[in-house]
Design a binder for this molecule. Structure first.
Ligand code: TXA
Ligand code: MG
Length: 340
């Protein structure tokens, strides 16, 4: 837990219209006062984010959320998953105190209450809704610990809240569900699966066309089909190229393994390895647990990328991951990383 003074420093910066990196249970966010246009513009500038890509607004409780958006019966039902790693796209209440650039001109708003005590305390103390995209330069791997944030932004550019040792519990961005459509539409895969959402709502959920198209390997997503604008961009890109569904390692490759598939290199036993095996392989989850794999994904991509650059490997070879449950989110992120 951060020292009380750290939270006060961060709150003061937000009140002055500055940016702060805020830990959440998913990834670190690049936070600003969502009602301050100039502050939110700084997010776009620092992240080099296209201006048509709206930001998620974070609040500390349901009452604050209800002051910004209309909550349908479905939205109220899904709010039972808050605080937690799910973002709801809802109709925005007008007139709104929010800065125009936060929603990038849309009539909808993406809202979430993070399940992270420090984030909630920080947001509450600022007294305003907090706009926060992931705290990385646009297109790069999302940050799941403080050093990842620091790899993107220097201490001069950004104050980072939270302990250095503490990683984000889930390490993968929130699920996004659009509730402004006739049938609830999943816009981004995450830890909260479409099955769980359908169960809570007791109704069918559709997967947005652009995600299904992407799963099938068709990357030519036309812009009119894109609902969450952020999903249209190059994403999650390490500096090193990524090769998917690998079963072996070539001489110029470093490996991201999963379960029993350790690229034919023998000797890897559960519980006995350090993170990096033979200086070339990290296993997302030796037991083949998709939840463990998802929470390790960004951290291990960061590690392999650094190692590849240091040792002159040309590719990160990635073992195939089952495409169900949380595996959908993992494959979605990996597919985008490989595309770029
Ligand atoms: O876990 C998370 O969601 C993290 C943490 C910091 O909360 N935030 C995050 O933000 O991943 P970002 O900006 O990296 O991704 C937000 C996504 C983008 O793809 C954006 O296009 C979409 O949300 N989005 C935001 N507002 C929207 C809206 N009104 N309608 C549809 N999509 C929206
Ligand atoms: Mg992002």
């Amino acid at each position: 837990m951060a020292h009380k003074d750290d939270i006060e420093t961060a709150v003061k910066l937000i009140k002055k219209g500055e940016l702060v990196a805020m830990p959440t249970e998913t990834v670190y966010g690049l936070a600003a006062d969502a009602c301050n246009e100039e502050a939110c513009q700084k997010i776009y500038a620092l992240k080099q984010r296209p201006s048509n890509n709206p930001l998620i607004v974070h609040v500390h409780d349901l009452e604050a959320a209800k002051s910004l958006a209309y909550f349908s019966h479905d939205a109220l039902k899904l709010s039972s998953l808050w605080p937690g790693p799910i973002t709801m796209v809802l109709p925005q209440i007008h007139p709104s105190a929010l800065a125009a650039c936060v929603t990038a001109g849309l009539n909808t708003i993406a809202l979430r209450i993070p399940a992270h005590d420090l984030a909630v305390e920080f947001i509450k103390k600022t007294g305003v809704p907090i706009a926060a995209p992931s705290a990385n330069i646009s297109g790069r791997i999302s940050p799941s610990n403080k050093s990842h944030v620091r790899a993107n932004f220097t201490a001069d550019e950004l104050y980072v809240l939270g302990e250095s040792s503490e990683g984000c519990k889930y390490g993968l961005e929130s699920t996004i569900i659009d509730l402004t459509t006739d049938i609830p539409t999943l816009l981004r895969y995450g830890f909260i699966t479409p099955e769980l959402i359908a169960e809570v709502l007791d109704k069918q959920v559709v997967i947005h066309k652009s995600l299904r198209q992407f799963e099938s390997g068709d990357f030519s997503v036309s812009s009119e089909k894109i609902k969450a604008p952020g999903m249209s961009y190059k994403h999650y890109a390490p500096n090193t190229k990524v090769r998917l569904n690998a079963t072996h390692l070539s001489a110029d490759e470093i490996g991201l393994a999963f379960g029993h598939n350790n690229f034919g290199l023998q000797g890897q036993e559960s519980g006995k390895i350090n993170k990096i095996y033979k200086d070339r392989i990290i296993n997302l989850s030796i037991s083949g647990d998709l939840t463990e794999a998802a929470s390790n994904l960004f951290e291990y991509l960061h590690i392999l990328d650094d190692l590849a650059i240091k040792n002159d490997y040309k590719f990160i070879a990635v073992a195939s991951i089952p495409n169900s449950g949380v595996g959908l989110a993992i494959n979605d992120r990996l597919g985008r990383a490989a595309k770029s």
